[in-house]
Write a protein that binds this ligand. Structure first.
Ligand code: P6P
Length: 364
């Protein structure tokens, strides 16, 4: 019966969140409704990315005719792709949208139509979106609709990253509602468009992973209560920036490669798509670094919709996240697209680089 229960007692993401929300008697289901709209956006993007990948690796398709009839041209990620499969010019006036632009439009519309949001910040939009008062709710969502999208043409996993704040005063909404420290987030997560499509979410009570079952069109709980190993054997950084690193980062990476305590060197794993690198770090342990360097004094990654959500998840999974100066979630952003260095992952690994920055601080 136990095996049967496992197969028939489907723990969908909606049911899981409803269970979590039932622990908050005051909640009226608004968060569950918001989340269902985020999940809808993820399902759409997952489908669109897979269709584009189908074109990139057409070995599974009978003929170009199958391509031209099966997918609306607007889903192509690159105009070149449309040319590649001979559909350029057959777009009946529909502009060739890049997949990240299309994904952004889907998420913005889904979030607004949920009636549960009041401010949106997207990596794709220069300015924040203030939802019309008639559709306004109490949540503020910051997101990168398709992080790492430059990797799509080679089939590397990319993803959506999101963080959710509660508005401070629903009748007086302002940019301050999204310029809150990451520790004020009520939830954060990412959806990785790989094989399979995986959504990882925390609402402040630990981290859970859900896998999209295409036959059901549902995200099913497959990774309950994820905990990151206390220490890992992997480090993840773009070594191509090594000549520009500061001393603590350089010393840390040197230690990973040439440990002085006789332990084995750590292995380098770097995909260059944050969702993929962070997902591997969360499950296997280790440390992901995007440090500042002489060229980029604030690093490359964006605070609101890359650093904060991933730091939130790491802390909820028993790891930690550091900016080189402070706990990442304590940072108070002043601009919606500002950047920050970040070191996140296994608790003990991040402790090591914190010690190196503290030692450098003392010397200064
Ligand atoms: P680099 C992708 O463009 C991205 O924003 C993140 O997903 C990824 O972690 C980072 O940039 C990779 O940057 O400089 O190593 O190519």
């Amino acid at each position: 019966h136990a095996a049967d229960a496992h197969r028939t007692d489907l723990m969908t993401i909606t049911r899981h969140v409803l269970n979590e929300q039932s622990k908050h008697p005051e909640s009226k289901g608004d968060f569950t409704i918001l989340l269902s709209h985020i999940v809808l956006g993820c399902k759409f993007v997952c489908s669109a990315v897979n269709k584009v990948l189908l074109f990139l690796f057409p070995s599974t398709i009978a003929s170009p005719i199958a391509i031209s009839t099966s997918i609306p041209p607007c889903l192509f990620s690159q105009a070149g792709l449309a040319k590649l499969i001979g559909l350029a010019g057959e777009t009946n006036g529909e502009e060739q949208k890049k997949l990240d632009v299309l994904s952004n439009q889907v998420f913005v519309k889904a979030l607004i139509s949920s009636g549960r949001t009041c401010v949106l910040v997207s990596e794709e939009d220069e300015e924040a979106t203030f939802v019309d008062p008639s559709l306004r709710g109490k949540y503020c969502v910051v997101f990168d609709p398709l992080d790492g999208s430059s990797n799509i043409d080679c089939g590397v996993s990319i993803g959506t990253i999101f963080g959710i704040y509660m508005v401070k005063d629903k009748d007086n909404v302002s940019l301050d509602d999204v310029l809150q420290p990451g520790k004020h987030m009520v939830a954060a997560g990412y959806c990785m468009y790989g094989s399979p499509c995986t959504l990882v979410l925390s609402t402040g009570n630990g981290v859970n992973g859900f896998t999209l079952d295409p036959s059901l069109g549902e995200f099913i709980l497959t990774h309950p209560d994820i905990k990151i190993p206390k220490r890992g054997k992997l480090y993840s950084v773009n070594e191509g920036n090594a000549k520009n690193w500061d001393t603590p980062t350089a010393k840390f990476v040197e230690k990973c490669k040439f440990p002085k305590d006789g332990s084995s060197p750590k292995s380098l794993r770097y995909i260059g798509s944050m969702v993929a690198d962070v997902h591997r770090t969360l499950l296997y342990g280790g440390i992901f670094l995007y440090p500042a360097d002489k060229q980029s004094p604030n690093g490359k990654l964006r605070v609101l919709y890359e650093v904060f959500p991933m730091s939130f998840l790491m802390e909820q999974a028993g790891g930690q996240a550091f900016t080189g100066e402070q706990r990442a979630l304590d940072l108070v952003p002043t601009k919606i697209h500002q950047r920050s260095p970040v070191f996140l992952g296994s608790y003990d690994d991040v402790e090591e680089i914190k010690a190196l920055y503290a030692a450098e601080e003392k010397k200064a």
